[in-house]
Structure formats: C-alpha cells, structure tokens
Design a protein around this ligand. Structure first.
Ligand code: ZN
Length: 310
C-alpha cells in the first residue's frame, strides 16, 4: 500500500491566512525553520493507478494539481481518484468534496450519520448527486471489516478492506439538534483501519482520546497516522482568551497528563506519524524542544509530500 500525505496541517493551514502568531509570522518571513503546510489530506493506493482519498480537504484542488500520481492519464477525462473515505462531517474533512463534482464515477464511503448530515442538512452537497453518473454513497459499518476494493476471484488476499473504529467524538457544531438526536453517536468520528495484503494502516486525524479501543488499533497496525493538532490542552487559549481547549475540540493534546505522548503503547513495529498539526503547535518548528521531544519518543512529524510504503 502506498500512502501519500498531500497536506498535513489542521484547519486554516500553516501559515493560517488570518493569523499572526509567532509561528505563522516566522514561516511567512522565513525566520522559522519550518515548512509551510496545506490542510490535512492523505491518499492511498494498492496498485498505483486507483487512489482513495481519506477525507477531502479544503485544499484538495491544489493538492491534486501538485501530485503527479493524481494527474488524469493522457487522453482521458477521468482522474485516478476513484473514492473518498470520510472519518467525520467536520468542515475540514468534507469541504474538498465540492472539488470532486466534475462528472466522473466516484464512491464516497461514510457512516450513515455522516452521509445524512451532508445529504439531508447541507443542500450545497447536493451538487454531488447532480453529476452524471451521480456520486455513489457506500455505508461504512462500525467495527466491521468491509471490502472497499473487493478481492479478485483468483486471489482472496487481494483487495482493500476498511474498518470504521468509533473514537467517541462529537458531531460538528453546525449539525442541528433535531438531526443530531436522530444519529448514532458512535458514527460521529471514526478512525480507519485499512488492510491490504495483511498490511495495516490506522488513520485517525481527529482523536478525542476517550476510551482505549484505539490504542490497540495503533499497536496492531504497521503505520498509524494520528492526530497531532495541539501540543497542549490550553494552546489556543494562550493566544486568544476564551478559546476552547484541545480536548473540548475533540483533540487529545500531545503533551501533559494523559496526552498522546504519555499513552503507553505495547512494544510493536508500528511506525507512528503525527498529522493535522495546528499552526500554533511548536512541533512545526524543526528547531523547537517540543519537536525534538516528539522525535526522540519515536514519532514522525508529517509534512506535505511525505510518502510511506507499507
Ligand atoms: Zn498562527
């Protein structure tokens, strides 16, 4: 399985257009040893020709244009992108779907709750149903492995399988109370275990860190790409008073009591990568002590253009 990180920042990107925090100013002026980053987007492929997007970033159009693997083959009007798998209905995870409305076969895998939020309550997304052929929604069941590329009849181990792992997160604020009350809470935020040829990727760019089900998913995977949004729980509050904490926003912080770095993983071969990094997070500065702490603890920090082979 090939895994491409097309974008690695949290909502707003790095630098964020309306932010003049020390890090955004530093990356703009070049005084900070840090890379600019677009909003989080990952793409995977098992054969190098068909690509699956994990969520659909607001920066998707630019990310497609700058990725050689995602260019349409000569003479064709079809992109190598064949499907999108959604982990939540968060704005940053779904905005890019609007870039994919250009009339080609496309599947979207999502929980029933996420599909209902997008199709029943947000009329803008109905443009996806108007393309010809219309987008095909596929239901992701909770905690059950399902084929998203069916195995061939001659090789049962081929194909690509996906399991939706409930992460105990909340629905986005924009969802109305009446719809929210009719949705299954475990379908709000999921992690994805993706399996191909007995190799496993676990993807959780939004990790509330409630419960410990997800810890086993990390330990059992070959590569885990996890939520690195915030360094500490009160990070935003120290820049703008009255801001929500990391945990209130559904992100387990890296540092501090019960933070991601304190999580005890059983020794395993798992390669652990942080993604969805907010512009305030000091790990974006390659020379910061926090960046060193993370790398010394065995974590990798994702950047735009990072590629992993599992
Ligand atoms: Zn900033």
């Amino acid at each position: 399985m090939r895994v491409k990180v097309l974008g690695s920042a949290a909502g707003g990107g790095f630098p964020q257009w309306n932010c003049a925090c020390p890090q955004c100013m530093g990356v703009r002026s070049g005084s900070l040893k840090a890379r600019a980053r677009t909003q989080t987007q990952v793409a995977i492929s098992t054969d190098g020709s068909r690509w699956f997007l994990l969520n659909a970033s607001p920066d998707l159009r630019q990310q497609i244009l700058t990725s050689a693997d995602l260019v349409p083959p000569a003479g064709s009007r079809n992109s190598p992108i064949t499907a999108v798998v959604l982990t939540s209905a968060d704005t940053d995870a779904v905005m890019g779907l609007l870039h994919l409305r250009e009339f080609q076969p496309l599947q979207i895998f999502a929980t029933i709750a996420v599909r209902r939020i997008l199709t029943e309550e947000n009329s803008l997304f109905r443009v996806l149903a108007r393309s010809n052929p219309p987008v095909k929604w596929e239901t992701l069941p909770i905690d059950r492995l399902m084929p998203i590329i069916p195995p061939s009849s001659t090789d049962k181990k081929s194909g690509l399988f996906c399991k939706a792992v409930p992460l105990n997160g909340n629905f986005p604020d924009y969802v109305s109370e009446s719809l929210r009350n009719s949705l299954a809470p475990e379908e709000a935020v999921i992690g994805l275990t993706l399996v191909s040829k007995e190799k496993k990727l676990f993807y959780a760019p939004n990790l509330p860190g409630i419960g410990d089900h997800w810890v086993r998913c990390v330990e059992e995977s070959d590569v885990a790409i996890l939520d690195g949004t915030f360094w500490k729980d009160d990070e935003l509050n120290s820049i703008q008073k009255g801001s929500k904490s990391a945990r209130q926003m559904g992100h387990l912080p890296l540092w501090g009591d019960r933070g991601l770095l304190r999580t005890a993983f059983r020794p395993s071969k798992t390669r652990r990568v942080l993604v969805h990094i907010n512009n305030t997070n000091p790990i974006l500065n390659d020379e910061s002590p926090e960046s060193r702490i993370v790398r010394d603890a065995g974590w990798e920090i994702a950047y735009d253009g990072m590629e992993l082979v599992i």
